[in-house]
Design a protein around this ligand. Sequence first.
Ligand SMILES: Nc1ncnc2c1ncn2[C@@H]1O[C@H](COP(=O)(O)OP(=O)(O)O)[C@@H](O)[C@H]1O
Ligand SMILES: Cc1ncc(COP(=O)(O)O)c(C=O)c1O
Ligand SMILES: [Mg+2]
Length: 290
Amino acid sequence: MKRTPHLLAIQSHVIFGHAGNSAAVFPMQRVGVNVWPLNTVQFSNHTQYGQWAGEVLAPAQIPLLVEGIAAIGELGNCDAVLSGYLGSAAQGQAILAGVARIKACNPKALYLCDPVMGHPEKGCIVAPEVSEFLLEEAAAVADIMCPNQLELDSFSGRKAQSLFDCLAMARALLARGPKVVLVKHLAYPGKPEDSFEMLLVTADGSWHLRRPLLAFPRQPVGVGDLTSGLFLARILLGDSLVAAFEFTAAAVHEVLLETQACASYELQLIRAQDRIAHPRVRFEAVPISL
Ligand SMILES: Nc1ncnc2c1ncn2[C@@H]1O[C@H](COP(=O)(O)OP(=O)(O)O)[C@@H](O)[C@H]1O
Ligand SMILES: Cc1ncc(COP(=O)(O)O)c(C=O)c1O
Ligand SMILES: [Mg+2]
């Protein structure tokens, strides 16, 4: 029997609704991964409501929790670490220490870093020191990085001028350390208005994928977290990078279709669960080069 992969997911938890682990854990479980959620914050709701209650986890807790898993002899079973929304840069450093500890037990373990940065217009609030940490430290350690366009622009210090420019910027990020860059959401002058686009860039090649852009009165949150979580889950389940990329695009699109049909602001993960596991739509990743 094939072993069920184990994944340590270090990101935010919201009580109401879906963002961070609250967007990613259930879908990753639904596709067949054992998830170990470590919540960097516990908030009542995501920050784009403009108000929330709750606390950031003390950074010192992260190594203690990882050590607790080591103490019961299970740390070597960890196949991957995923990190997303951070409450502070100190938490980021603690995560990198945790990643080093896990890689010492299991050198094959992967680290996927979703470099969640602020999105001031959208009301996504992240401390500026967190962005700095992601640029300066996390990129050097991550095996896989999943920026959105804004985050890719921050890494590059400029705005993309074209699709090929996005590709060049993703390649530049690759040169900082990660072996795989997934740009979860492209934005560039001239992009067709009715399409939602993503890029997968590795040392072996680059692929571009388009899916329909759906209309929402208010953009749902947690789509990025859902995307990076499913991508890593499918890689752990044995998909090739391109297959994981295509699966992720299809499953996320299914969730958005369900969310739109319910006229909901929050992602409809429970209603869409069978469609997450078995997407009915398919989008093809098309090779592109500079
Ligand atoms: N097919 C789609 N149609 C419309 N909106 C989408 C679609 N896919 C994703 N989105 C939206 O696109 C945005 C992606 O946001 P972005 O900031 O680029 O990434 P992230 O989700 O990581 O913050 C989100 O607001 C999400 O709700
Ligand atoms: C608590 C929390 N976690 C994570 C996110 C990131 O969500 P997204 O997947 O849309 O980038 C947000 C965005 O506002 C948030 O408030
Ligand atoms: Mg995001």
